[in-house]
Design a protein around this ligand. Structure first.
Ligand SMILES: Nc1nc2c(ncn2[C@@H]2O[C@H](COP(=O)(O)OP(=O)(O)OP(=O)(O)O)[C@@H](O)[C@H]2O)c(=O)[nH]1
Ligand SMILES: [Mg+2]
Length: 471
């Protein structure tokens, strides 16, 4: 567990905020009350009272030995005007790990202390520059691997999700205050209108919570990448399809059945969304395989198929649908699946695709299933295959203003939803204000914990342990 808070908060922290390695420049960040005085000692031309948001060029020297370390630009942010809320400096030096290490060592010798993972963001949170949802979005933005996921993170950083949660919290607090003030059950007219109004307001909160919850699957998938599994009998062309989808040869392809033994995974970003494709070991008849390696491979295929967001069940058009396919389909029961009928180049031009689809839908017992016809050897199939995969994942985000993408948010909103439901039920059953308020208070706690208005060590640890040093 990382140590944050307590005495630490009064210390001035420093860390290299750019990734390790050689580059054009690196940035070292320092935050806290000593930042300016230490830099004033180390950097020639850096004034004792710098102007906020101004950059100062100078030589960084070891104040003890006067040894020159590098030429740097120091950007100064005054207290209350920085990311952390504290006085902050960002030293841009030449992008060499040796330079960074020397500068950092000198800063520490001069009284600063090395920052812990996520400590700058933690301070921003503690100084009310960000709420917890926004703090988490900093990490999501840093880690985003596709345009769409960075868009979601940025929207969260700008406060779209926080505003929605805060607005629901406001309405629930209003309801709780009225309930606690006492619903006058004795006065008939007032009792009915107040109760109706309260129920309707709480139901609207419930709707909004439910709407948020319904965005989680999509938000999570976009954040983490869409897992697409290629499964099917040996030799139907799964590895060839993987290579086609990726646009380069990742997996070994041979005419021999049983070429792929393990799960072969690779990702691409297609139209702003990250797709992780998983090629798997071919599924033989369930009793056919005695080979230990192949058995393990098949077990892995099963796991991958079960976890995937989309399963591409691959077939060889020449061989069509067989009993082995049938038994595997029954065994795996994929949630979201399409059939990929491969090797279109191997059948005659007059091959009746409609009849094939109808037959397949009857034989498989999936009457509405989509069948994609492709030839893995034909590069022109790539675009249409990817278009269809993307469409099947239903990841269009035009309609939603905000999306849930963190497990922590989902768990809390779910808790808030359950307690709100129970509160409404209690209100409708007129069980007495004290029981209703217990439920609503729990719902509010869940919302406040999401935003970080309430927190404990466990919550802090869960949020900040994911960060790396310098963030
Ligand atoms: N004509 C033709 N051959 C194909 C097509 N797709 C794959 N093949 C061939 O089919 C054979 C098997 O292809 P793979 O991609 O290795 O098949 P697989 O499903 O990964 O096989 P396993 O790893 O053994 O389960 C190879 O000889 C490929 O060149 C296609 O669309 N048309
Ligand atoms: Mg293969």
């Amino acid at each position: 567990m990382i140590k944050l808070g307590g005495d630490r908060d009064s210390q001035t922290i420093c860390a290299v905020s750019t990734p390790p390695g050689h580059g054009g420049i690196s940035v070292i960040r320092a935050s806290g009350a000593l930042a300016t005085s230490v830099i004033h000692r180390c950097v020639q031309n850096y004034p004792s009272q710098p102007e906020s948001h101004k950059a100062y060029f100078g030589q960084f020297r070891n104040p003890t030995t006067q040894e020159e370390i590098d030429q740097v630009v120091v950007l100064y942010f005054a207290e209350g005007k920085s990311f952390t809320g504290e006085e902050t400096v960002e030293i841009s030096c030449h992008g060499s790990p040796v330079v960074c290490e020397q500068i950092l060592k000198i800063l520490i010798d001069q009284g600063l202390c090395p920052a812990q993972p996520g400590e700058f963001t933690y301070r921003a949170f503690m100084n009310n520059r960000l709420d917890l949802v926004q703090a988490e979005s900093v990490l999501s933005l840093i880690e985003s691997r596709s345009q769409k996921s960075s868009q979601i993170a940025l929207r969260q950083l700008e406060g779209a999700l926080s505003e929605e949660i805060e607005s629901i919290e406001g309405d629930m607090t209003w309801c709780l205050a009225h309930i606690e003030a006492g619903i006058d059950f004795a006065t008939e007219g007032l009792e009915i209108t107040t109760q109706v109004e309260l129920v309707s307001k709480l139901k609207s909160c419930l709707d909004r919570l439910q709407t948020l919850l319904s965005t989680y699957q999509k938000g999570k998938t976009i954040k983490e990448g869409v897992q697409v599994a290629l499964i099917g009998r040996p030799n139907v062309g799964k590895s060839s399809l993987l290579n086609l989808l990726l646009g380069y040869d990742r997996a070994i392809v041979t005419a021999q059945a049983g070429t792929t033994r393990d799960v072969v995974e690779a990702d691409i970003v297609f139209e702003g969304i990250r797709f992780v494709f998983q090629d798997t070991a071919g599924l033989r008849g369930q009793n056919e395989t005695q080979d230990e390696i192949e058995k393990i491979g098949i077990r892995r295929t099963q796991e991958v198929a079960q976890k995937a967001d989309l399963v591409l069940f691959c077939l060889d058009l020449v061989q069509g649908w067989g009993p082995d396919d049938e038994s595997w389909l029954k065994n795996l029961k994929p949630q979201n699946m399409v059939f990929v009928a491969n090797k279109t180049d191997q059948v005659n031009k007059d091959f009746d695709r409609n009849a094939f689809v109808k037959n397949l839908q009857i034989q498989t017992g999936y009457p509405n299933s989509t069948v994609l016809f492709v030839s893995a050897l034909d590069k022109r199939c790539r675009q249409s295959l990817l278009d269809t995969v993307k469409k099947l994942c239903a990841l269009d985000t035009q309609g939603e203003q905000v999306l849930l993408s963190h497990a922590r948010h989902y768990e809390n909103i779910l808790k808030a939803k359950v307690f709100t439901e129970q509160g409404i039920e209690a209100l409708e059953n007129q069980v007495g204000p004290e029981f209703i308020s217990i439920e609503l208070k729990e719902a509010l706690v869940a919302l406040q914990e999401t935003l970080g208005k309430r927190f404990d060590d466990q919550i802090m640890d869960r949020v900040f342990k994911e960060f790396c040093i310098g963030k």
